[in-house]
Design a protein around this ligand. Structure first.
Ligand code: AQP
Length: 333
C-alpha cells in the first residue's frame, strides 16, 4: 500500500496550526485503509535551533501525547521519535552529499528563519531539508501530508530522489507527493495575518496552544487582530483581508467544512458575534484533546514505551532500505 510519512518537531508546545495543518489530517489518513501510516516526533530537527535539554525531553513527550490524544493509534500507525532510529541520520548524511547548495539557497523557510542572521545560525538549520528527505525516503513514503509551509521541502525531497536515481542509474527512491489540501493548511499568526502561526513565535498571544485553557483561548481570539468590516457573504470578499480570512479558515478547519459554508452562516455578521462563536468551537474541539494529553503526560514512562515500540517497527522498515542504499553507492560494510 502507499506509505504516508510525516513528522512534527518538538521545538515547543504544539499550536492550532500544527493541529489543523498536520495532526488532524494524519488521523484521517490513518483511518483510510488505502494507506500505511508512519508518524515521527522529529527531535533531530528540533535542535537546529537551541533546545534546552529538559525542554526537549518535555516537548518530545508532549508531541507524542498530542498525536495520540488526537486519534493517532500507535498500533495502526507507526509512531516513534527520530533519535531512536539512527538510520534517519545516516541517510541524512548520504543525502547531504546528493543535494546541492544552490537548492538549499532557494528554501524560503530558511530565509524566513535565518533573517539577517544567516551567518550565525546552525549549519543544521540550513541543511535540514536533506535530513527531512531522508526521513521520508527511508520508508519509501509516497505521500507526505504537510502544511503549505513545508511544500517546498517535499518538492526538494523529490529532487533528491530523482538525482540519486539518475546519478546511480537506479529506480530506487520514489518521487514523493506533498498532500496539502484542506481548509486550514496555512494557519496565520493571530496578531499579524502575514506571518504563519508558529510554536516559537515571539508572543504567546499570536498563537493558540493545544494546552491552552478555555479562558486563554477566548481571550486570544477576542484580541486577535481584525479589520473593522463585517464578514462578507462570499469567499471573494476575503481578498486582501488576511486576518479575516485566517479566522474564517480556522473556523472551517475546526468544523470540517469550507470557508464558503462558514460565510453562508456568518456573512454580514460583525466580529462581536463571530469571535465568541469561534472561541466556543475551538474550546469544544480542543478541550477533549488537551484533557487526554494531560492524562498521557502524567505517565511519561508509558509514552516512552509507546515510542520505543514504534521505533522497533520503524527500524524494521528502514533497515533494508538503508542497506540497499549503501550497496547501490558501493560502500564496503
Ligand atoms: N501555521 C501553520 N499552519 C498549518 N500547518 C502548519 N504546520 C506548522 N505550522 C503550521 C505544519 O505542522 C507540521 C509540523 O511542523 P513542524 O513542527 O515540523 O515545523 P514548523 O512548520 O516549523 O512548525 P512551527 O510551529 O512553525 O515550529 P517552529 O516555530 O519551531 O519552527 C508540518 O506539516 C507543518 O506544515
Amino acid at each position: 500500500p502507499p506509505r504516508v510519512f510525516s513528522g512534527i518537531k518538538p521545538s515547543g508546545g504544539l499550536t492550532l496550526g500544527n493541529y489543523l495543518g498536520a495532526i488532524k489530517r494524519w488521523v484521517e489518513m490513518q483511518e483510510d485503509p488505502t494507506y500505511e501510516t508512519i508518524f515521527c516526533v522529529v527531535d533531530m530537527h528540533a535542535i537546529t535551533v537551541w533546545q534546552d535539554p529538559a525542554d526537549l525531553t518535555r516537548a518530545t513527550r508532549e508531541v507524542a501525547a498530542s498525536m495520540i490524544a488526537s486519534g493517532i493509534d500507535p498500533e495502526r500507525s507507526v509512531l516513534f521519535n527520530q533519535a531512536r532510529v539512527p538510520a534517519h541520520v545516516e541517510l541524512g548524511w548520504l543525502f547531504s552529499c546528493v543535494a546541492r547548495v544552490g537548492w538549499m539557497n532557494r528554501m524560503t523557510q530558511f530565509k524566513d528563519k535565518a533573517g539577517k542572521n544567516a551567518e550565525k545560525v546552525s549549519l543544521g538549520l540550513y541543511a535540514y531539508p536533506a535530513l527531512m528527505a531522508a526521513d521520508i525516503l527511508l520508508y519509501h513514503a509516497t505521500h507526505v501530508p504537510v502544511g503549505e509551509d513545508q511544500k517546498q521541502h517535499v518538492e526538494l525531497t523529490r529532487d533528491i530522489a530523482a538525482k540519486f536515481n539518475h546519478d546511480y542509474g537506479v529506480d530506487f527512491f520514489p518521487l514523493t507527493e506533498p498532500v496539502t489540501e484542506g481548509p486550514a493548511m496555512r494557519v496565520m499568526n493571530l496578531r499579524d495575518g502575514s506571518k504563519k502561526m508558529s510554536k516559537s513565535g515571539e508572543s504567546d498571544m499570536e498563537r493558540i496552544n493545544m494546552l491552552d485553557d478555555a479562558d486563554t483561548i477566548s481571550k486570544k481570539f477576542k484580541k486577535a487582530r481584525t479589520d473593522p468590516e463585517a464578514l462578507p457573504s462570499e469567499v471573494a470578499g476575503l481578498k486582501d483581508r488576511p486576518e479575516a480570512k485566517n479566522l474564517v479558515d480556522i473556523y472551517a478547519g475546526l468544523s470540517d467544512t469550507t470557508a464558503e459554508a462558514v460565510l453562508a452562516e456568518f456573512g454580514g455578521e460583525g466580529w462581536g458575534k463571530f469571535k465568541p462563536a469561534l472561541a466556543d468551537l475551538a474550546v469544544a474541539k480542543l478541550a477533549p484533546v488537551s484533557d487526554e494529553m494531560r492524562r498521557l503526560l502524567d505517565a511519561p514512562d508509558e509514552l516512552d514505551a509507546i515510542m520505543a515500540r514504534g521505533a522497533e517497527r520503524a527500524s524494521a522498515l528502514a533497515e533494508p532500505i538503508l542497506k540497499k542504499t549503501y550497496e547501490i553507492m558501493g560502500f564496503v560494510r
